[in-house]
Design a binder for this molecule. Sequence first.
Ligand code: NDP
Ligand code: 2IT
Length: 445
Amino acid sequence: MSYVDKIIADVEKKNAEQPEFLQAIKEVLESLRVVVEGDSAYEKAALLERLVEPERTILFRVPWVDDSGKVQVNRGYRVQYNSAIGPYKGGLRFHPSVNLGIIKFLGFEQIFKNSLTGLPMGGGKGGSDFDPKGKSEGEVMRFCQAFMTELFRHITEHTDVPAGDIGVGGREIGYLFGQYKKLKNEFVGVLTGKGLTWGGSLARTEATGYGLVYLVEEYLKVIGDSFKGKKVAVSGSGNVAIFAVQKAQALGATVVTMTDSSGVIYHESGIDLDTIKEIKLVKRGRLIEYANIHKDAVYKEASEGKAWDFPVDIALPCATQNELNIEDAKTLIKNGCKIVSEGANMPTTLDASLYLQESGIPFFPGKAANAGGVATSGLEMSQNSERLSWTFEEVDAKLNGIMVNIFHNIDDTAKEYGKAGDYIAGANIAGFNKVAQAMLDQGII
Ligand code: NDP
Ligand code: 2IT
């Protein structure tokens, strides 16, 4: 059995109940065959065995009191996956679907993503099965405080720096930061995505969505094209989706769809982002309200339709894992879609991503395409360390430079390994090489 097959079989045996984790492991390890099977140094150092196993997994109880006075108990997680190239870095997700397998898949992906940014950040991820939907401000605050009451003893600004993800935005980072500060009596950059008056970076809010569009823009530039006049499908209507739409529109594209977990909006003349922001960022409401305001927009329940059902040039999945399957990939291609780029983490199923690639559709995996968020978190850490704040233009220009570099790095790496145009392989190999070298340099730890 080959080295990679042996590791995959072992991971499958030990983690049979974690399908998303297995999916992420298989995708990465398949790409690494060409690297690790030609050089016995990797197997000798048990590099893959160490890479697939988190350095540390923290599981904790989060007890809190709801508005009716009832005690609620959630599960908290922090997976400190790999610190070969820097302190653990990665978001916190609050969503009822969160379990250890989901956090491990996200933490594993984060290792390679953070490596691709070119900044010194290791990989980690955390979160809770807490559902923020329908909770009052007070309940969200008390939950965040309870979560940090345990997490604080496992993180510092030098060892592990969490940020936001699904269900964790500026509001939650504020409550988490306040509690960390109170418990440690230290004002330090232990979280990113902070508010602008207390150590946050300009452009961090926009960064993931903007970065996603910058990477596709660079690809389009290389082939002599641009976003101008393109029709774009976006899924999600959260942080990543909103700012992807904003940048795509600014570059002259027409975005025709957005979604939430309840349904999809199709607005042929173009999504009105101000309405979306009002519904989602101010009122924390549901997407269906959009159709009450814009009578020419069509709303369908999630069981009746998806963002991938319409004729578009570019698809940007920005909601959650496995939201674009092989049937969706076929529909997109049939309707003329020419590019798929992942704003979310692993939104495309493995068979759908391979089908897109085999059909000649440039497919940009999340660990490359959505790296702008964590990259800008890295820039927030730099600003915190030097106790300075850079202007929006400075941060945005650095973000753009990082995304342009990521495109060329994954494009060149794919070519170097005889896989031109295979951006999955390019991203996995380029991300891996740097981490693997650091692990080899640092000995068996
Ligand atoms: P938000 O919580 O701001 O928004 C999430 C959006 O996706 C909402 O519209 C939500 O709808 C929808 N969604 C979430 N879960 C599901 C589900 N199970 N089924 C259908 N729709 C769902 O999160 P973000 O925008 O921050 O994150 C979106 C994706 O981007 C995630 O995969 C995240 O890991 C990834 N990402 C985020 C980064 C960041 O900086 N925030 C950086 C890199 C990647 P509803 O409101 O109905 O739940
Ligand atoms: O998936 C991700 O890259 C994030 N949720 C952002 C992580 C971060 O540390 O900014």
